[in-house]
Design a protein around this ligand. Structure first.
Ligand SMILES: Nc1nc2c(ncn2[C@@H]2O[C@H](COP(=O)(O)OP(=O)(O)OP(=O)(O)O)[C@@H](O)[C@H]2O)c(=O)[nH]1
Ligand SMILES: [Mg+2]
Length: 584
């Protein structure tokens, strides 16, 4: 699951990083993507926290001091630690790294922390640099604290200053690590939306929480408390935590911990329950799962729409092919070609003389190859079918472009459709060339089927010597045979066949003869076979397959590119039994 969350987070970051250049993407999308990245960072860290707990024999208690800039987090950390280890400054956004201070424990007790922080490097506090944010510090505090239990107290950066986006991940990691949260707010900042967004985001982690209301003037806390409570209730459903008011000291002063609350933090620490972690982790994942995957699922839907669109176009293309070629009375040349083969086989008297000269000179195999080679080249170049197929392919791509533009206009994810369209435009030429090459190949190899149709007819005719002889005897057949020969020699084009009256009359002679119904059967089978071959070899294997690859070749950054299989595997992990509990 951790890997999937990381992948999803990286994809969100890449997609978001790709957005600014596109003016039509509204800010709401950016904001919601940023929020999801924060949620993913939080859940990623929370899963790592689970691993840390599982790997520790005696888990260390972690307390994080969080809050908006200048609220007094570092000042409060010092107060709690009874020291001056945390840097305090009137400059906003002063603390930019998570800094842990070991109280009552040693750094050695914190093994596994580096693993928790992953790519963040642990450095001595004095080596932290403002220029580098992917690090944190861990320091042993030597002064005794009367307020804290044994723990690591984390002073954290703010999450609301302008620069905070650059070091936000450190804050999130510290927050997910924390068993106890101390929220520090000053009276100026407690109502800020950023504070309550964070508090809402942490609700699922169910950390015992304390609110420190800093810089308050004595006597004003009752009104503030009421308002604070309202804010909490708007953000979270769990009970309102204890609030510790820290009164404003004269300039340069420090917050002061109330005497009556000296044991408070130790009491809060007792409420920590690490056994709940796995359950909370699942609940957190479940809470956001649908919203995180919304654009991923939308992409899957679009891929599916694309598939359906391509299939529809292929279907239309095949309908056009059937209407304009296979079923077209003037253009269907393939069967006529079979008829010319038949005429060849019939060895029409009179023609033998013309042919025999050439035949005698060549032995059969060479003769056959010569004949086929020359004929096939010639047949391809003059084929109406080939020209039509290329025209249909071109028309299909034009129609696809139109449909893509429609989709881009209607869809919430217009960018995806636009990019598919430019991908298609970029590949158009190559697609048509591949199609043309495949069409030529089909056309040549289909001559075998044409010849076998001719042979079937010829065998049938041999069973009917009367028909065969009367055919041989007609003038029309002799004329047609001459046309057939002329075709083979390259004297006429294929398309001339279908309008040659002699060819037509041979066809109708046969149709009316005893082999008429057989001839229709052969023709129908040839057509069906041809339809299937063209569909498979050209439209399915070439055009459709290449079109379906177009979305996968889009620039990675603008898209999630998480496959349905990857998603399924992750969802399986989400629903599988863990620790004997089935949550989903
Ligand atoms: N007078 C007075 N000043 C305080 C008190 N608490 C904090 N300050 C001042 O407020 C300023 C900010 O305090 P910090 O503790 O650095 O605040 P922070 O929340 O850590 O701020 P960042 O690190 O920038 O996020 C400093 O100048 C402190 O001296 C207080 O109780 N009284
Ligand atoms: Mg600070």
């Amino acid at each position: 699951m951790l890997e999937f969350i990381q992948l999803l987070k990286q994809r969100y970051q890449a997609v978001l990083g790709d957005l600014p250049t596109r003016s039509y993407v509204n800010d709401a999308v950016k904001t919601s993507y940023q929020r999801r990245i924060d949620q993913l960072l939080l859940v990623e860290a929370f899963i790592r926290k689970g691993q840390l707990i599982a790997a520790s024999e005696q888990p260390v208690l972690h307390i994080a001091v969080v809050g908006p800039t200048q609220a007094g987090k570092s000042s409060l950390s010092n107060l709690l630690l009874n020291s001056h280890v945390a840097g305090v400054s009137p400059l906003a956004g002063y603390t930019v790294h998570a800094q842990g201070f070991c109280n009552g424990i040693s750094i050695d007790d914190c093994n596994g922390l580096q693993r928790y922080f992953g790519r963040f490097q642990q450095l001595p506090q004095n080596q932290l640099s403002k220029d580098r944010h992917d690090c944190y510090a861990l320091t042993e505090n030597t002064t005794d604290s009367a307020l804290l239990p044994s723990c690591v107290l984390w002073d954290t950066p703010d999450f609301d200053s302008i620069d905070s986006t650059t070091y936000r991940e450190g804050v999130i990691r510290a927050m997910a690590l924390a068993d106890v949260i101390i929220l520090v707010v000053s009276k100026e900042k407690y109502a800020d939306q950023s504070v309550w967004d964070i508090m809402a985001a942490l609700e699922q982690l169910q950390q015992p929480t304390l609110i420190c209301l800093n810089k308050v003037v004595e006597g004003s806390e009752t009104i503030l408390l009421k308002s604070l409570q309202d804010k909490w209730r708007q953000a979270r459903a769990d009970s309102f935590p204890e609030v510790v008011p820290l009164y404003y000291q004269k300039p340069g002063g420090q917050p002061e911990w109330p005497e009556a609350k000296r044991q408070l933090l130790k009491a809060v620490a007792h409420k920590v329950n690490l056994n709940q972690h796995a359950v909370l982790e699942q609940a957190l994942l479940k809470k956001h799962w649908q919203s995180w995957l919304e654009p991923v699922l939308a992409e899957h839907q679009m891929l599916n729409d694309w598939l359906e669109l391509v299939d529809l176009m292929m279907q239309q293309a095949m309908e056009n092919y059937r209407r304009d070629y296979l079923n077209h009375p003037h253009h269907y040349e393939t069967f006529q070609l079979a008829m010319t083969e038949l005429l060849n086989l019939m060895e029409i008297p009179g023609l033998a003389r013309i042919l025999s000269g050439a035949r005698k000179m060549l032995t059969w195999p060479v003769r056959q190859v010569m004949k086929l080679g020359r004929k096939r080249l010639h047949i391809s170049s003059s084929s109406y079918e080939l020209a039509l197929l290329n025209q249909i392919a071109e028309h299909t791509l034009i129609q696809l472009t139109d449909k893509l533009l429609d989709k881009a206009e209607q869809s919430q994810y217009s960018q995806w459709w636009r990019q598919v369209n430019s991908g298609l435009r970029a590949q158009r030429q190559a697609l048509l060339q591949d199609f043309d090459a495949a069409a030529k190949h089909y056309h040549l190899s289909f001559q075998q089927d044409v010849e076998s149709a001719a042979h079937r007819l010829y065998h049938k005719l041999q069973e009917q010597p009367m028909v065969l002889n009367s055919l041989r005897a007609t003038r029309a057949t002799a004329d047609a045979a001459v046309i057939a020969l002329t075709l083979q020699m390259g004297g006429i084009g294929l398309h001339d066949l279908v309008i040659a009256p002699a060819m037509l009359s041979v066809t109708s002679l046969l149709a009316e003869s005893a082999v008429g119904s057989y001839m229709h059967k052969v023709e129908a089978e040839l057509k069906q076979n041809q339809f299937n071959t063209v569909k498979q070899a050209l439209f399915v294997e070439i055009l459709r397959e290449k079109l379906l690859l177009v979305p996968g070749q889009l620039s990675m950054n603008g898209h999630f590119n998480i496959s349905p299989d990857q998603l399924r595997a992750a969802e399986l992990q989400l629903t599988e039994k863990r620790h004997g509990l089935r949550l989903l």
